[in-house]
Design a protein. Structure first.
Length: 276
């Protein structure tokens, strides 16, 4: 892993994300790009009016303040000793994040989220959802402060349909970077039930052409796919959940109803998405 992009809006969630990015950078010797997107009124940032005397001072004021805040942000102790670059762009947030991630050829985007509960909530909400849905680059979503971030156990939850194999090698490479154990997980629900043998055969067929290293194969029954992912992840003390996304379809195909409040806290695990 050579470079990590962290969108920064100077919120506490952005700080949580930067802290995790720093831990990954130390592990993989990666460079960190901190990016702040300035969404100003269109009259201020419109290219045709940007150079006019009425708009330039306003834009420069916001730009100057953003750079000042970055100088403060880069003093956070967990960024010490790392290669860190920051940039401020005038752009809609999610479009700018996608554009800059391609421009810098980053390997991972780490974003903070204020999602309230459940896996779906982590990945739904203005900019985070849009980046997750549209990014060709893996997106790691962080909801809380993680004091000592590590990736020893990864849960990859999937239906193990063959269309999902397209991103599987990237997931294996991700796990390999951390020397992590990969737990393959198929959830069975009442509304979408199949026998343990059929589920096991589907997973084994899915992985037949890949070199997995250290892994486990798991079939778990629960009231919903989401509940099953969260409960299984808690059961094995997973560090991170890996999911595939399908562009415009997002993660909607995974979920069949909301989960109870008692599961909400379990969803605070980091989630990383790989687009198919």
């Amino acid at each position: 892993m050579k470079s990590i992009l962290v969108p920064v809006d100077f919120s506490i969630q952005a700080e949580y994300a930067a802290k995790v990015a720093a831990a990954i950078a130390k592990k993989t010797k990666a460079k960190i790009f901190l990016l702040h997107m300035l969404e100003l009124p269109s009259g201020v940032i419109d290219p045709s009016s940007y150079g006019s005397s009425s708009n330039t001072p306003t834009a420069l004021l916001f730009l100057k303040r953003a750079h000042e805040r970055f100088e403060e942000f880069k003093e956070l102790p967990f960024l010490k000793g790392l290669e860190v670059e920051d940039d401020v762009n005038f752009h809609r947030a999610y479009e700018g994040i996608i554009s800059e991630s391609k421009k810098h050829n980053v390997d991972l985007i780490v974003m903070g989220s204020q999602g309230a509960s459940g896996l779906e909530e982590i990945l739904v909400g203005s900019n985070t959802e849009k980046v997750v849905r549209n990014s060709e680059i893996p997106v790691l979503v962080i909801k809380r402060d993680i004091d000592k971030f590590r990736i020893n156990n990864i849960v990859f939850a999937s239906n193990f349909h063959f269309e999902n194999r397209k991103a599987f090698q990237k997931i294996l490479d991700f796990a390999s970077k951390f020397g992590a154990k990969l737990h393959l997980l198929k959830i069975n629900t009442i509304n979408n039930f199949e026998t343990t043998k059929d589920s096991s055969d589907a997973i084994r067929s899915f992985i037949s052409d890949f070199d997995l290293g250290d892994f486990t194969l798991n079939i778990y029954n629960d009231i919903s796919v989401e509940a099953g992912i969260l409960n299984f992840s808690k059961l094995i003390d997973s560090d991170i959940i890996v999911l595939n996304t399908h562009g415009r379809r997002g993660l909607a195909h995974l979920f069949n109803g909301s989960i109870g409040e008692d599961l909400a806290n379990h969803a605070k695990l980091p989630v990383v998405t790989f687009k198919l």
